[in-house]
Each structure stands twice: as structure tokens, then as C-alpha cells.
Design a protein around this ligand. Sequence first.
Ligand code: MG
Length: 341
Amino acid sequence: MSRLRIEAEILTIKTKYPFKIARGSRDTYRTVLVKVIDHDGLEGWGEATPQMFYGETVETALAALDAYAPVMPTDAFQLEDAERAMERQLIGNNSVRAALSTALHDLVGKRLGVPIWKLWGLDAAKAPMSTFTIGIDTAEMIKKKVREAEQYPILKIKLGLDNDMEILQAIREVTDRELRVDANCGWTRKQAIRMLPVLEEFGVTVLEQPLMPDDIDGLAAVAKASKIPVIVDESCLVANDIPRLVGLVDGINIKLAKTGSLREALRMIAIARANHMMVMVGCMLETSIAITAAAHFTPLVDIADLDGAALLAQDPYAGATIDGGKIHLPTGPGLGVTLRA
Ligand code: MG
């Protein structure tokens, strides 16, 4: 039997508004559509969303796909061995391995005629509500975006630059909806601790990654001082990052582009749960392929932030949706993603 074949294509996607977080602003993003094709020509789809922050670009992603091609399995059902073989072949490149893992799971689901969530024995109705993110902007633009995002009952806002107060005030002038904050490593320990009573006053319910990824002592100090749960994102990429966080922060944010595989995401959920930690699932700016891959395990998490495709001006694919903030998982086999008509 020959190995499953890989095909790749660069996707250029644009956000509706330039998306600004503590470390930069852009409106055009490139991701890589990854197809794994079996002997009957059946295609499994995945999407790699390389992040420069984690040392990946579209170019490194394409090179990594070439490196993984010789260790593709002969049969998509060999999921565990396939993922181990990829790790042995080339470490890092987590967004690429996540795309291949997604494509293999898609193939397995298609072969069996069931969606991935069903394959895992999950109840699609248990998915939590998804937040919708408002990027950093001027007070006027923030208000405009909040009004436009009327259908979403929970908002996530990005802080971490010098206009945090202005943003919080602008938001509260136009809405009393639930608010979660992501500082994307933008604060110092002192700033974060000073912000805690302010966040409480503004009714913030979750605080994500206030400090730099490696400042675990600082994150622990902030979490200890905070009544609001502190979730880490940039500090927690894979399962191996969890033990050093246990008892120090309240939860972890799992993103496939960091985690490198759907199976690793499930392992992380199990480890976090065993340690009484909250579990969040997040995303990058990416199409419904990558968003849907992450959506399949949302029935297992507490917090979801899967707005990556909803923030796009146009999404070429249709899959999981977050209309009204409610995550709807597709019922089609495998990933359940189709090309939008
Ligand atoms: Mg985050």
C-alpha cells in the first residue's frame, strides 16, 4: 500500500476590520489548506495557520509538509502512529501537524460516515457559547464594532496597550453584555495587579494571558490576587506545558495551531480536568476549516472563543457556526466542512 498523499494550497484571507492586539495589527492573513488524499481519491481537509509568534510562516509550513509527506500513513485510521511519526520526523511546526491531524480525522469520519464529535462520543448540544472578539481600536471604532456584534451575547476584548481604560469605558457606554479580556502578554506584573480592581468594576469575567509566557511566577501572583479566573494561552502550547501551571493559574486555552493535533487537544483536556483546571478553546484568524476542527471538541470545554472565521470579510468554507454566539457543530461526516457555494 502506498502512503496517503498530501496536497497544499495557500489561502489568503482578509478580516472585516484590521485586527489589532497587543503585539500588532493586520487585515490580511495567509493560511495553508492541507488535503490528505487516500487511495480512492477521498479527501481529508485541514488548515495550517502558521504564527510568526511561534516561529512559523506559510513558507515554513509548506516546507514542513514536504518533510511530513514521507511519513504519512498508508491508512488514515493509523492516527496514533501517524502523529508519532510526524513528531519524530520534524519537531515544531505545530500548525502543520494540526492540519494533517485534522485531515486524517476528517478522512476517518468520512470513511465511517460520522462527524468527528460523534466519533468521540460527544453531545453537540453541550458546546458552550462562543465569544466574539473586538480588537484594539479607537473608542469610536470600538463602539461601532460592539454595535455591529449585537448578535453575540459574550464579547472578548483585547487590551495590553496604552488605551485600556478608554476601551473599557467605550464598551460599557454601549453594552452591558458579558465581557472577557485578553491582554496577549501586554502587561507587567505590576500593571496587571493594578488592573484587577478595574476589570472587576467593569464586570470582566475572564482574564486571559496578562503577562509574558515565561513569567509563571508573575502569572501565579496575578491569579492569586484576582477574583476573576486567569487563563493562560501563550504560556500553554501542548500537554507538557500543563504540569508547571497546576495550582498556579485557573485554566488553559487550547488552540490547534499551538497544540499540533486533535488527539493532543483531547489529552490536554483530560490533564487539565484531572488537575481541576478550566479549559478554554481558542483560535487564530482562519477559515471555517480550522475553526470547525476546534469546534468538534467544544462539548468538553468551559469557554469557547471560536470567532476566527466570523471575523473574516469572506470565508470560502462552511462548517461550524457561531451565530448568536451558539456553536453549531456540523452533522456531515468527518470534519463536516464544505466549500461555500
Ligand atoms: Mg489569547
